[in-house]
Design a protein around this ligand. Structure first.
Ligand code: AHR
Length: 530
């Protein structure tokens, strides 16, 4: 008989399948209203209103997610010699530093509502082993716990984002973890922390109160979870200047009713609400493949990515009714592509390859987050290493950077920059009965006054000529980089780790204040204007 967690997972997947259909329909209606066909060779005009920047693109939109799942924690970020202690891999740490990871969500995911933090502290030999029921029923020895995670956070220069256990934990357990992490003085938990070798508090602020409480985190109804959230959040006291940033479990996909109830009943006590949205081809029961796909599947996935904008707009509209001053962050705590696992891998480990298609999906989604920067202040792609839409894949001592990693690197220019409103005719890419905006973009101004424009052409066949008009600021030079490849499914392998990587971009001219760009098919171009 299948374990209970499998039934639970299918329930969640069925719910998601129904949700996705509704999202596609809404997105299509929205896009048909926005798009106007243009002649293949005529330049599309894009206006950057450099004098109208208002919102800052929070660097926390570029967050990562690390769950105890498959080969992410053990044999991904952490490694060990023989049976020795686990330590973070230097090459992985260096790669994560290079994309300026702002925050790393941990320990799950579904795992978070199974996790008892005391299992993961103290001498390694005395830590109990546990069964990871959600992800393959594997046994883990808790070799990576609170101290190891926070040491990684220090090494990569990120902020911690910890998700506490509501589903199978208790208020007391969560309160004591909070105290262990943050109490600066004398207290039972602070003394325990000191006894375990860490005298100073870590000052953790981002705090998830459960995960997917509508599904693997307890299968609660919205009203019930809203009350649970209020109860748990009541026992996270401030210590000195350290205050909890309380993030509630948000909806899945277009679960607008969940958003409504949570904002209505618990909005006043939360600082963020955590929306989850995955992108896939086919159905949850029969997902498409990561590297072996047709143009129809390319179009299907990219169209779903362009639908993120509409999804965020509708969730934001609900939040606006209860929180017009936009105090509560919309946190997209899990997002990304979800394909069939790689042949030969354990299906419960969610190990998938990552192609140029995933990279352009990431760029389009990040553009949507940036566009909603007044409400979307944090997001976490799932997941950092070896799981789902990963930045990094590892095999033994070897490591590769995926095309999605390069997008995150190219978008570091937008971290904490002022979003500049743009107006443009995005053109249209059509395949069969699917149509979507062909070009997606973000413009921002960084602290040094430089303007950054990222442009993504999702059309795999047709180049796009773009004429960029900069209003309210002048630019004297333009430089660029490009991420593209000859095939839609181009990807990096351990034998050819640089098949897809950014290269200098020269098909751009600046003349009379106008920037002319020729965007190749299926490409991301990042421009810097000075
Ligand atoms: O990211 C994989 C899983 O997807 C997470 O554990 C869960 O929160 C979501 O359903």
């Amino acid at each position: 008989m299948a374990p209970a967690s499998v039934d639970l997972a299918s329930h969640v997947l069925m719910k998601r399948a129904a949700n996705s259909k509704r999202i596609i329909a809404c997105a299509l209606v929205a896009h048909l209203a926005l798009i106007r066909p243009v002649a293949a060779q005529s330049a599309q005009t894009l206006i950057i209103n450099a004098d109208q920047g208002r919102d800052t693109i929070s660097r926390h939109i570029y967050g990562q997610f690390a769950e105890h799942l498959g080969r992410l924690i053990y044999d991904g970020i952490w490694t060990r010699e023989g049976n020795g202690p686990w330590h973070a891999r230097a090459d992985v740490v260096q790669a994560l530093r290079a994309i300026k990871v702002p925050n790393l969500r941990w320990p799950g995911g579904c795992f978070a509502d199974y996790y008892h933090w005391r299992d993961g502290i103290g001498p390694r030999e005395s830590r109990p082993t546990v069964v990871n029921s959600n992800w393959g029923g594997v046994t883990e020895d808790n070799g990576v716990g609170t101290h190891e995670y926070l040491d990684l956070i220090r090494q990569i220069g990120a902020e911690p984002f910890i998700v506490g256990n509501v589903g199978s934990g208790s208020v007391r357990e969560m309160q004591e973890w909070w105290e262990y992490l943050n109490h600066p003085g004398k207290s039972p938990m602070a003394d325990l922390r000191r006894a375990n070798g860490h005298p100073e508090p870590w000052n953790v602020r981002f705090w998830g109160v459960g995960n997917e409480s509508w599904g693997c985190g307890g299968n609660m109804r919205a009203e019930r979870y809203a009350d649970e959230f209020r109860r748990y959040a009541s026992f996270l006291p401030g210590y000195g200047s350290v205050r909890p940033f309380r993030i509630a479990t948000g909806p899945s996909d277009d679960g607008y009713a969940w958003m409504e109830v949570l904002m209505r009943d618990a909005g006043f006590m939360m600082d963020g609400i955590d929306l989850h949205h995955y992108l896939l081809t086919g159905s949850w029961a029969k997902k498409g493949k990561a590297t072996d796909f047709s143009e129809a599947e390319w179009a299907e996935l990219l169209q779903k990515a362009t639908g993120f904008d509409e999804l965020l707009a509708r969730h934001s509209a609900i939040m606006d009714r209860y929180d017009p001053r936009k105090r509560v962050w919309l946190v997209v705590g899990e997002w990304g592509t979800w394909h069939q696992g790689e042949p030969g891998s354990n299906p419960a480990f969610l190990y998938q390859q990552n192609t140029l298609r995933d990279a352009l999906v990431a760029a389009v989604c990040l553009d949507a987050f940036n566009k909603h920067a007044d409400r979307v202040r944090m997001a976490n792609i799932a997941q950092a290493v070896n799981v789902l839409q990963a930045m990094i894949l590892t095999q033994g001592d070897r490591m590769l950077l995926t095309p999605t990693y390069h997008v995150f690197e190219m978008y570091t220019a937008h971290h904490d920059a002022v979003r500049l409103p743009i107006a443009f005719d995005a053109g249209v890419y059509t395949y069969g009965d699917r149509s979507m905006p062909a070009v997606s973009a973000t413009a921002s101004r960084d602290a040094n006054g430089r303007i950054h424009l990222t442009l993504t052409n999702v059309d795999p066949n047709q180049a796009r000529a773009i004429r960029v008009e900069l209003r309210g600021q002048t630019a004297n030079t333009v430089t660029g980089r490009i991420l593209t490849a000859d095939r839609m499914n181009a990807h990096n392998t351990f034998d050819a780790p640089d098949a897809v990587h950014p290269a200098p971009f020269t098909d751009v001219r600046l003349s009379g204040g106008i920037i002319s760009v020729q965007l190749p098919p299926k490409s991301l171009v990042a421009l810097e204007l000075k």
